[in-house]
Ligand binder design. Structure first.
Ligand code: UDP
Length: 475
């Protein structure tokens, strides 16, 4: 157990926005800090407790409020539990920004008693920039775990601090040239920096955060040095980011299953694993667009026809939308299920990391959310990228032009996706002239990820340096 000189345990408080894609990387970093002897508490808002204890597959004890050695605490976001938080995101984020700091501050005060070691560091994450202010108020050094690629960190830092030129309303199609990154065309840029996009609460929060980086003592990234070396190096002089990932389930990294930690906000349909067991090796196209994206009826139709015509088996996650949708968005075309019965399986939510690690999987048709991208890289699976918004277009650029592990579905000149394009990409990734190249690059990244997190690897060393600095700081 890491100790200060006088023999007291070092205690770290992590504060996460209550979404699965934010809590899981935090828990996984927490677990690595625990394995290095630190005492870790994760605080998030009460709505997460409500969802976690109802559907979590990881052993959780509500009585002791801990999950695999990490103590859990919950604070109010200012809304009653049964309030529909998706109704108005801007209103929700504004209210969270008002009540979150007050309630987190009270929580820190309540936890500051003799039986609990004082916090030596607070680790925040992106949509809760006010955590750095609460940390300063309590005189606790603050770190941030950036949960998108370091490439995005570099782009946003430069964009929100006006360090480089980005597209404007007058010049919306300009390409962006930044140190350490490939040339970014407008369709490669994160949607939040596109001037024609409506300005909502999420870019506002990012802007606040990137203009206030001085409040942070450390920035940690859910990536690894070998994956994004040039982007990481490009920030070394400006505002360094230390990659400590990939923060994916340990079993995917070939590590001890006991290290596995994570929550599922939805219940996975495990029966798809039996179906995968019956398929040929490297034959199945896995299709999923994550937890938020809902495709238009036309996009759904083109993907459905493309899959049907490809003649490959497929597993497609079609998650019912959390928001009311019209015009058939997010729905399968009529008759598709019957026409492809026996060759395709549709589920509402699957155990994705187990699916990706299954030998029957040939490729992943993905929206390129960063968690999915990292999981696919660690599983060594080639990707068909179909990015929709936020960091996803830039993640697709990374997948294609930096990592060389995938192809991208491009809409035609009218902005529509055709089924021929879907068929072309499936053919290219599975049987095209570069198919072996994709597999080889994916296998190398899988190996690189394992080496980064192993003892003495680049991410392990960065975590150890971080731990040493926290200890040194609190002496
Ligand atoms: N996921 C899952 N089952 C599914 C689809 C997705 O467990 O059927 C998980 C996936 O493993 C990943 C997360 O949901 O960890 C999606 O996160 P990502 O950042 O890729 O996308 P988002 O949902 O935030 O758009």
């Amino acid at each position: 157990m890491a100790m200060k000189e006088e023999g007291k345990a070092i205690h770290v408080l992590m504060v996460a926005f209550a979404a699965q894609g934010h809590i899981n990387p935090m828990l996984r970093l927490g677990k690595r800090l625990v394995s290095k002897g630190l005492h870790v508490t994760l605080a998030t808002t009460e709505i997460a407790a409500h969802r976690m204890f109802k559907t979590s597959s990881t052993t959780t004890t509500t009585a002791t409020k801990s999950i695999s050695g990490i103590h859990l605490e919950f604070f109010s976001d200012g809304f009653p539990i049964d309030y529909d938080r998706k109704l108005d995101l801007d209103h929700y984020m504004d209210t969270l920004g008002k009540f979150g700091p007050i309630n987190l501050s009270k929580l820190i005060q309540n936890l500051s008693h003799d039986r609990v070691p004082k916090f030596s560091c607070i680790i925040s994450n992106p949509f809760v920039p006010w955590v750095a202010d609460v940390a300063a108020e309590h005189r606790i050094p603050c770190a941030m775990l950036w949960i998108q690629p370091c490439t995005l960190y570099a782009i946003y830092y430069r964009f929100y601090n006006n360090l480089n030129e980005f597209p404007t309303l007058e010049n919306p199609d300009m390409s962006v040239e930044l140190p350490g990154l490939p040339l970014l065309h407008a369709h490669d840029l994160p949607s939040f920096v596109i001037p024609s996009n409506p300005f909502g609460s999420l870019p506002k929060l990012l802007s606040q955060m990137f203009q206030n980086m001085k409040k942070l003592k450390w920035v940690l990234g859910n990536s690894f040095q070998e994956l994004e070396k040039d982007a990481i190096d490009s920030m070394a002089e400006l505002c360094p980011i230390k990659p400590i990932g990939p923060l994916v389930p340990s079993t995917l990294l070939g590590e001890d299953q006991n290290l596995d930690i994570g929550i599922d906000m939805w219940i996975p349909e495990e029966t798809c694993m039996e179906w995968l067991n019956q398929q040929q090796p490297s034959s199945v196209i896995y299709v999923s667009f994550g937890s938020i994206v809902v495709l238009s009826a036309k996009q759904m139709e083109s993907i459905a026809i493309g899959l049907k015509n490809s003649n490959h088996p497929f597993l497609w996650v079609v998650k019912p939308s959390d928001y009311p949708k019209k015009d058939g968005a997010g729905e399968l075309p009529l008759g598709f299920l019957e026409e492809t019965r026996g060759r395709g399986l549709i589920v509402q939510w699957c155990p994705q990391t187990k699916v990706l690690a299954h030998p029957a999987i040939a490729c992943f048709l993905s929206h390129c959310g960063w968690n999915s991208t990292l999981e696919t890289i660690v599983a060594g699976v080639p990707i068909i990228a179909f990015p929709q918004w936020t960091d996803q277009p830039t993640n697709a650029k990374l997948i294609l032009d930096v990592l060389h592990v995938g192809v991208r579905l491009m809409p035609n000149k009218d902005g529509l996706l055709s089924n021929e394009e879907v068929e072309r990409c499936i053919e290219e990734i599975i049987a095209g002239p570069r198919a072996e190249e994709f597999k080889k690059a994916a296998a190398e990244l899988k190996q690189g990820a394992r080496e980064a997190v192993a003892e003495g690897g680049s991410s392990d060393r960065n975590i150890q340096l971080f731990v040493d600095e926290i200890i040194g700081n609190s002496c």
